[in-house]
Design a protein around this ligand. Structure first.
Ligand code: SF4
Length: 274
């Protein structure tokens, strides 16, 4: 029997044994299951600024965990070896208890909690939720680094467990979201739901000739400003990789111009990858 995964706006209709577009969820015995639950492909104690979060517990570290799978198909992906992969990448299996125990032990090295990052963490929704509940109980912080492309029901359920997030706002039009295989409206709603409830920062990677217009940046920054709360914006430089390896890096002059544009609306605007 075909069943529908309702986690993200792709609403994959999956036959028995079939895997969704994100490669992290499948129909098994008539149920949608998470294939990447506890499968850790990357684990590191990173400075929190690297997430990037500039204005949340600066100077501290955060234990950062990744798995596999993603529900976007950005041709400029920086982590394609895990985000575009499925079960074949393997990964060591961790229980939430083991990972949280590790996070607690790392507090001796300046760790403040657990960051869900590297691939798109929300396609492994259940693992994030289960770890986040234990991290909260341990008095530590949950940080999400996400594309923000999940439906509002699951996001509203998870939100009370999250302390801070950096959301990748890929561009500011459905046209750009068509380019990366996503839904602009869902990402905007995701950011709106989080604004004012958690510490929120936003990152936009500037792809030459695709989302580098001043008018688009003005609209994006103006919209973020309207949400209030002085949301920091990271305007990041693209370097050639994955399926856009023939494109030049974003000129620094373009980043500088867009930072100036964004600063007309926002107090905290940072250059990324520069
Ligand atoms: S989370 Fe994955 S399986 Fe579910 S709808 Fe989105 S892409 Fe499809």
């Amino acid at each position: 029997v075909k069943i529908t995964c309702r986690l993200c706006p792709h609403f994959c209709g999956l036959d028995e044994g079939q895997t969704g577009l994100c490669r992290a969820r499948a129909n098994k015995n008539g149920e949608i299951v998470s294939l990447n639950y506890g499968r850790v492909t990357a684990l590191a104690l990173d400075p929190i600024e690297k997430k990037p979060l500039k204005r949340f517990m600066p100077g501290r570290n955060i234990l950062s965990v990744g798995s596999f799978g993603c529900n976007l198909r950005c041709p400029f992906c920086q982590n394609s070896s895990i985000s575009m992969a499925g079960c074949e990448v393997g990964g060591e299996v961790f229980s939430p208890e083991r990972l949280v125990d590790m996070a607690v032990k790392q507090t001796a090295r300046g760790n403040v909690g657990l960051a869900y990052t590297y691939n798109e963490p929300l396609v492994g929704y259940e693992f994030v939720r289960d770890c986040a509940a234990l991290i909260k109980k341990a008095g530590l912080k949950n940080v999400l680094v996400t594309n923000g492309m999940i439906n509002s029901g699951p996001w509203h359920e998870l939100l009370p467990l999250i302390d801070a997030a950096n959301v990748d706002l890929k561009g500011f039009s459905q046209e750009f979201y068509d380019f990366v295989g996503g839904d602009f409206k869902t990402v905007k709603q995701f950011i709106e739901a989080a604004a004012g409830k958690i510490h929120l920062e936003v990152t936009t990677l500037i792809i030459p000739g695709k989302n580098d217009g001043e008018a688009e940046m003005g609209e994006l920054a103006g919209w973020l400003a309207e949400l209030g709360g002085d949301i920091p914006l990271h305007i990041s430089r693209f370097f050639p990789q994955y399926n856009l390896s023939d494109l030049p890096p974003t000129p620094l002059s373009v980043i500088d111009r867009l930072v100036e544009t964004a600063r007309e609306h926002l107090r905290f605007v940072y250059r990324g990858n520069c």
